[in-house]
Design a protein around this ligand. Structure first.
Ligand code: ADP
Ligand code: ZN
Ligand code: ZN
Length: 666
């Protein structure tokens, strides 16, 4: 006997309590997750339509007391039905339970507070006249349109240096799709959703475009989703969650800054917006266009294999040149007695820049710095000999690999140069600002990091002030590198460029390349040429060299050969089994059980499973965290392994106090 869980109302509250019905034999096969069905409901003999959210072989109730589904309501292919189908796919691909997936794709119903509308006519009037596409930009549009003529158009990957006009190309495509009477979703990272971006879209599409961002209340978000459902809004621009806008005629999904980490959800289901967008487009017959100056290796590898249509825009628009880059070896600075965080070259460039009335951005690369150990004299970083990942310092004075658990005692002196200056690194934007004011008396600075942007409109305000030239230098973490166009910025300084090379992650080089390329791309966006100074302990590292040269192809080639040797994605897929619990001993034992279970279902170790080992952050809110990695070339194999492990941990009482989650990197 088969049973189906159905929900009668599409509201988050109802999702927690689906109702179970019997699936009659004659309807089996037609009753699938996402299908709309008619069921008898309540005691009054009412018949209502409902959505199937899950199927199962067993049921907690007495079947003789249960009611059966009466009919499958065909021809009701609604936005909700398609989103539920998408949720079912997310659940199968990324794990978790259907209720979580449904909450992710369906809007929460909340009372709506009216929002006031702002008069932006003046601001709009000040924007430059509509742009005419250059030959190169028009060529890209034409190639995409002819791809769309094909029966099964492929997703498009648009690689264009910063300032090459990708946004303009998206807008051209969006206009075409609107003409067809279909709707558009534009995903951009939250941090790039600036007033500048909003104004560009409003100038072109007026009231048909709407924006989602984290400062909206749940009520306001729900209101926007409702407007999209009704057809009052035709373009939804926003971060990851905008992907689930319930348009009934979705025609196009644009993913800007495709490489951004924020497209990977950290909440169950841990979906990736790129994969999920492609699936949604497949369900709805829509198209996908992604763009980036530094696409993820995964996307580029797929373009190389022809799974995506790859298009390259090699030049900046107009006379804007890519900046001149200078690499500074910080080991040499230390040797010559300069212990400042600013190199001689950076100080000279900054002096020149300020004298000429320019502005500068100083970018502090702090990504992945947590807990790793480095030598201040030579830049040496301890790495795992098995995984090529940097080791993390633990409180027990051990250095540990978070992939395989390898550990060694902490160093007293640097094993490479003998210097005693080896230890954890701590440097923040505040220290940079302080130091800058000391060395450049009277300099006007703005700081942008998690602290200064916490308040409402926090980062918008800082960017606005900088744009109005109320400061000479903007100091910030990775959040200053994207999406902002400041024509007066002629100097970008990248302090500590290689910190992120040491992140405990196989993508460390990729992240570093992306950050430096994007940061350097901020300089010289206007008429004046720009300079980027890159300070590093690893002046010969290929990620630094290729980023300085803005040479994506060279980086891609070298990094792919490394991934191939190590069987890291995209030359294989990686499934992380993430366990957490309050008792570290119990957690470890449970994870060992999972490891043994994997050996049992995979005696030849085709999954080349490694671990369990502590996660990068080994303890969060008093819960200890461990991880096992499983690698395989085929996604289906990993999906299968995941569901076996899921079932194993569900049925086994030893896992009662342990939470097990999964993360699939592609
Ligand atoms: P990207 O998204 O690739 O960084 P943008 O679309 O933001 O590039 O373009 C960068 C800048 O160049 C913008 O200020 C844009 O208005 C301008 N621009 C690009 N192409 C053209 C064009 N064909 N005509 C006029 N301005 C253009
Ligand atoms: Zn290791
Ligand atoms: Zn050293």
């Amino acid at each position: 006997m088969q049973y189906a869980d159905v929900i009668v109302n599409i509201t988050a509250d109802a999702l927690d309590k689906p109702f179970a019905y019997i699936v009659p034999d004659e309807l089996s096969g037609q009753v699938v997750p996402g299908a709309r069905v008619r069921v008898p409901f309540g005691n009054g003999g009412r018949h209502v339509s409902a959505f199937v959210v899950a199927l199962r072989d067993t049921c907690d109730y007495d079947p003789s007391k249960m009611k059966a589904i009466e009919a499958v309501l065909t021809g009701e292919d609604t936005a909700d039905a398609r989103l539920i189908k998408l949720a079912a796919w997310m659940c199968r691909t990324y794990g978790g339970v259907m209720a979580q997936a449904l909450k992710t794709v369906l809007p929460t119903k909340k009372r709506v507070r009216r929002k006031k509308t702002e008069d932006v006519r003046e601001e709009l009037a000040a924007l430059p006249a509509p742009a005419v596409l250059t030959e190169g930009q028009q060529g890209a549009v034409d190639r995409i349109l002819s791809e769309w003529e094909r029966e099964n158009p492929r997703p498009v990957l648009l690689r264009g240096v910063t300032g090459s006009g990708k946004t303009l190309i998206y807008m051209e495509l969006i206009a075409r799709v609107l003409e067809e009477g279909r709707d558009v979703i534009v995903l951009i990272p939250e941090i790039a959703l600036t007033r500048q971006t909003v104004m560009r879209f409003v100038a072109r599409f007026g009231g048909r475009v709407s924006f989602l961002h984290s400062r909206l209340s749940d009520g306001e978000k729900y209101d926007q989703m409702k407007a999209a459902r009704k057809g009052d809004v035709r373009i939804m621009v926003g971060p990851r969650s905008a992907l689930f806008t319930p348009f009934s005629h979705l025609g196009l999904i644009v993913i800007d800054e495709e490489h951004e980490e924020s497209y990977h959800s950290e909440l169950t289901p841990r979906y990736h917006a790129r994969e999920t967008a492609i699936k949604r487009a497949e369900i709805e017959g829509a198209r996908v266009v992604m763009g980036s100056a530094t696409p993820s290796l995964t996307a580029s590898a797929r373009a190389e294999r022809g799974e995506y249509l790859g298009i390259v825009l090699p030049e900046r628009y107009g006379s804007a040149e890519l900046p001149e880059t200078k690499i500074v070896d910080m080991t040499e600075e230390m040797k010559s007695g300069n212990r400042s965080i600013f190199s001689g070259t950076l100080k000279e460039e900054l002096t020149d820049c300020l004298r000429e009335g320019g502005q500068a951005m100083l970018f502090l690369n702090r990504r992945g710095y947590a807990g790793f150990v480095t030598c201040r004299a030579c830049g040496y970083v301890a790495r795992c000999p098995h995984c090529d990942i940097s080791l993390t310092r633990h409180l027990n004075r051990k250095l540990v690999c978070h992939y395989c658990g390898y550990e060694i005692p902490e160093y007293e002196t640097c094993p490479s140069c003998g210097s005693p200056h080896i230890g954890g690194i701590s440097v923040g934007t505040e220290q940079v600002e302080e130091q800058l004011k000391k060395e450049f008396p009277g300099i006007r600075t703005l700081r942008m990091d998690l602290d200064t942007t916490r308040g409402k409109e926090g980062h918008g305000k800082i960017l606005k002030e900088f744009g109005e030239r109320k400061a000479d230098v903007l100091i910030g973490t990775q959040m200053i590198v994207k999406g902002h166009d400041f024509p007066n910025v002629t100097l970008v300084g990248v302090l500590l460029a290689d910190l992120s090379l040491n992140a405990q992650d196989y993508r460390a080089a990729e992240r570093t390349f992306q950050l430096i390329t994007q940061a350097a791309g901020r300089a010289g966006r206007g008429q004046k040429p720009g300079t980027a100074v890159i300070q590093t302990y690893k002046p010969d590292h290929f990620a630094i060299l290729t980023a300085a040269a803005q040479n994506y192809e060279a980086f891609y080639k070298e990094e792919m050969s490394y991934r191939r040797i190590m069987h890291y994605p995209p030359e294989g897929l990686l499934l992380a089994v993430l366990g957490s619990g309050e008792d570290p001993a119990k957690l470890h034992e449970a994870m060992e059980y999972i490891r043994r279970f994997i050996s049992r279902i995979d005696p030849k170790n085709a999954f080349s499973a490694i671990g369990p080992a502590p996660q990068t952050v080994g303890k969060v809110r008093d819960r200890y965290r461990e991880v096992i990695y499983i690698r395989h070339r085929e996604r289906e194999m990993l999906v299968k392994a995941r569901s076996l492990i899921e079932r194993y941990t569900e049925m086994n009482s030893g896992f009662a106090d342990i939470r097990v989650e999964f993360n699939l990197s592609t």
